[in-house]
Design a protein around this ligand. Structure first.
Ligand code: FAD
Length: 539
């Protein structure tokens, strides 16, 4: 019988332990968790703040009794591992101030990631909180119930910050979000993130970007050009691997002290393994080192490590970083790499706008989808989507396509369930296949929203091919001539032949058709990718 010791009893640690038990009924499995709870739903914590998840009990995913009776695990809550001694193959564990040594044959570190705390003067003069576990949630709720605060400042506009913002707003607080970057939700590119910003503002949340917190004084947050009052702060400026134990034990670490593991999750020290937010993973697309603190990879890694230690032929394939967040009425999701991460690599971008199901069937809502691909290999590099419904399905399909190695043009081959209440005969994912093919074949030449100003400057002629009523109600690009697509053939004399012509509509479809009319006539024409629906969000 081997002694298996796990540090950290939540996503990665508990997935490991239960899978290990299913595969092996003999070994002793002990889980040390420094907090009071194991197997709780970190991801559900924000929703308890507003009462959307109405019972704290529901945050406990697997009850201790089940973990003990069904899986025969030794669960040690409130036991913090304070030292790993690899030479003696033991860990030192502290409980109620008392330290004891526990031997292991195999040690699994799944200690997760810890929130970064802003290091500014005056942090100790205002109540501030982070949200990582149930005790953190209790502190926040106790503070709210005791002090009845009116104003909260959320520092950091990532997933957790925005989820907390939504739930505090629903609780009736005045919420300000402050972010150092020039956008919220950095997994998305700027133009896609603007949909989130607009949704937050529509719901009455104040959003401040490109703001660096300098100091706090008398409940005032001081920025370069702004002072904000707040009764308390939620800090959500990101996380770093919780890897002190590993560092002190001499285990090799890399970026931000993330634990280095091989594809079998073994660290640089034999018989010590690590999974979850604490480790450095390979990016599935680039094969480069990265940190991707998400629940699905942590759970998968835990299970796979149990398989590996029980002799199954498994190795880790890397992480894509597929993520999603709901903000009030809108959903935002992404997979793979965004343009910021791609930097100088060669890539092509397409933006699409289509309904989640047939437009003529009641209740259709629009989805904005962005797909990034390598124009030479046609490899899909990433995708981002925004909309009220159906965003999860589209990004999940594209994430699956990336992992299956499908080319972007092969998205047109995918066959989906279709009836009007559920989808369209040409789903937006199929459309991404069609549009990418047009771009790759040169049937459509596109320009992007961020090139518009430079194009105007160099004298390009913009033609807006939407209906006049749309232009009147939605606005247009400054200086553009409005010629509705169906009038185009009869108004050609208004379009100069000696200038670059940029065509746009609302989604890019009508302007693509306009492009096909004009190009054979000798016009040097381009379709504004994403058209007015994207451009207008960036203004
Ligand atoms: P964790 O689940 O964090 O578990 C680590 C555990 O180790 C902790 O309980 C900690 O107390 C314990 N520990 C640390 N050091 C020691 C020690 N020395 N001794 C004993 N115990 C120790 N991901 C998503 O994909 N989708 C979401 O919607 C989402 N929402 C989230 C919302 C919130 C508020 C938070 C905090 C996280 C969210 N995440 C989400 C991230 C997700 O929860 C993590 O990626 C995942 O839990 C990581 O699993 P892990 O096992 O690596 O670490």
């Amino acid at each position: 019988m081997k002694k298996i010791v796990v540090i950290g009893g939540v996503a990665g640690g508990m997935s490991f332990a239960t899978r290990y038990r299913r595969l092996n009924q003999a070994d002793e499995i002990t889980i040390f968790e420094k907090g009071p709870f194991v197997s709780f739903a970190n991801c559900g914590l924000p929703y308890y703040i507003s009462g959307e998840i109405d019972s704290r009990d529901k945050l406990l995913v697997a009850k201790d009794t089940m973990l003990i009776d069904r899986f025969n695990l030794i669960i040690k809550q409130n036991h913090e591992v304070v030292k790993i001694e690899p030479k003696k193959k033991q860990v030192i564990v502290k409980n109620n101030g008392v330290e004891s040594a526990y031997p292991y044959d195999k040690l699994v570190i799944s200690t997760g990631a810890k929130p970064i705390i802003p290091q500014v003067k005056g942090m100790d003069t205002i109540p501030y909180f982070t949200l990582r576990n149930i005790p953190d949630l209790d502190y926040i709720m106790d503070f709210i119930h005791t002090n009845n605060p009116k104003k909260v400042a959320i520092i950091g506009a990532g997933f957790i910050g925005l989820e907390v913002a939504e739930n505090l707003k629903k609780l009736g607080l005045h919420v300000s979000i402050i972010e150092r970057a020039n956008q919220v939700l950095t997994p998305l590119d700027y133009e896609m993130s603007q949909f989130a910003r607009l949704e937050l503002e529509k719901q009455g949340i104040d959003v401040y970007t490109s703001k660096d917190l300098l100091e706090i004084e008398d409940n005032k947050l001081i920025f370069d050009d702004l002072k904000l009052d707040a009764d308390f702060i939620i800090s959500s400026i990101g996380v770093v691997p919780e890897s002190n134990l590993a560092v002190e034990a001499g285990i090799k670490v890399g970026m931000r002290n993330g634990i280095k593991v091989d594809e079998y999750f073994e660290t640089s020290i034999k018989d010590i393994y690590a999974v979850g937010d604490a480790i450095i993973v390979k990016n599935f697309i680039t094969n480069e080192d990265t940190l991707i603190p998400l629940a699905s990879p942590a759970n998968r890694q835990g299970r796979q490590l149990a398989d590996i230690l029980n002799g199954l032929d498994v190795k880790y394939q890397g992480t894509l970083g597929t993520s999603i967040v709901r903000l009030f009425d809108q959903t935002f999701a992404s997979t793979g790499l965004n343009e910021k991460q791609l930097g100088n690599r060669a890539y092509e971008v397409i933006h699409l706008l289509a309904n989640d199901h047939a437009g003529y069937y009641p209740g259709a809502t629009s989805i904005n989808l962005k797909v990034i691909f390598d124009p030479k290999t046609q490899k899909i590099l990433g995708a981002q989507a925004v909309g009220k419904k159906g965003v999860d399905k589209r990004i999940d399909i594209i994430a699956t396509a990336i992992k299956s190695g499908l080319k972007v043009t092969e998205l047109q081959e995918l066959e989906f369930t279709y009836a009007p209440p559920f989808g369209s005969a040409k789903d937006i994912v199929n459309l991404a296949g069609y549009v990418s093919q047009n771009v790759i074949l040169g049937l459509s030449k596109t320009v992007q929203w961020h090139q518009v100003d430079a194009l105007i400057e160099e004298g390009a002629f913009f033609v807006d091919v939407r209906n006049t009523s749309e232009v009147r109600s939605l606005g247009k690009i400054k200086g553009a001539l409005n010629i509705p697509i169906d009038d185009l053939r009869s108004r050609l004399d208004e379009i100069p032949k000696d200038k670059k012509i940029v065509l746009y509509c609302q989604s890019g479809t009508r302007s693509y058709n306009a492009e096909q009319i004009l190009r054979p006539l000798g016009y040097d024409c381009y379709n504004l990718d994403g058209s007015y629906s994207i451009y207008s969000k960036t203004q």
